[in-house]
Design a protein around this ligand. Structure first.
Ligand code: URA
Length: 250
């Protein structure tokens, strides 16, 4: 199994060795993050779910969650349904404390029906692990459930039709924090056209529940611009601090 260091390498985060001998990438990393540390082998899914949701039952077995899944699978609200192979509902723990929200499925996601399965997905997994979060522990979804042709940006009308599904997912999961990855996710969730560079590094709130929301760069952008990975690492540390200090009780 890869250790935290290899995930930090993927993020381009330099490491140095402390006098005690442990590799340290940042003073914050020296702070134990025991409940979410990736060092131990993952427990069975049922155990994972109950650990992640001490008070709220996982939404996955609830009628409301199953109804939502069925609605998305059958959706024809916009023209994207005509070109899709699969809807991409989202993946992960429906009782998660962390929800990661990207833009829209790409070609591989459309084929597999799962978000972030390509190269950008591998980097996203590395980013999450760098703050102690295995992919299975979070819930990952997109602004759109269907792939736009040629991976073009989502159209406003597509977002308007699809966003209620995501809002319903957020309402059922009740995450402690939302991590918006990329401009499209951030601007649509926050209903703004402010550039992503200005949305980073701030605590935002989303929806009626005022869920804390943090913005970072999209992993596909980081693959094209590796020099920006340091900023993404700062964002992740900020999000981890927000989760610890400001998350809703439970
Ligand atoms: N990019 C996204 O924003 N979402 C995916 O699911 C895949 C790539």
């Amino acid at each position: 199994m890869q250790n935290r260091g290899s995930y930090l390498d993927a993020l381009g985060v330099e490491q140095w060795v402390s006098r005690g001998g442990a590799a340290v990438a940042d003073p914050l990393l020296a702070t134990p993050v025991a409940p979410q540390a990736p060092a131990a082998p993952a427990p069975p899914a049922a155990v994972r779910a109950s650990q992640a949701t001490p008070v709220t039952p996982a939404a996955s077995g609830e009628p409301a969650w199953l109804t939502l899944q069925a609605q998305v699978a059958a959706c024809q609200r916009c023209a994207l349904h005509a070109g899709r192979l699969n809807t991409v509902f989202g993946v992960g723990n429906p009782g998660a404390q962390w929800m990661v929200i990207g833009e829209a499925p790409g070609a591989e996601e459309d084929k597999q029906g799962e978000p972030f399965v390509g190269r950008a997905g591998q980097l996203l997994n590395a980013m999450l692990l760098a703050i102690g979060l295995p992919r299975e522990q979070v819930f990952i979804a997109n602004i759109l459930k269907c792939r736009p042709p040629g991976n073009r940006d989502p159209l406003p009308q597509e977002v308007a039709e699809c966003l209620p599904y995501l809002e319903r997912q957020i309402a059922l999961i009740k995450p402690r924090i939302l991590l918006a990855v990329g401009r499209i996710a951030a601007q649509n969730l926050l209903a703004t056209d402010t550039p992503i560079g200005k949305l980073r590094g701030q605590l935002h709130r989303f929806g009626a529940a005022q869920t804390p929301l943090v913005v970072t760069y999209h992993p596909a952008y980081l693959l094209r611009s590796p020099g920006e990975k340091r900023k993404a690492w700062d964002d992740l540390k900020f999000a981890r601090r927000v989760h610890r200090e400001l998350g809703q009780a439970g």
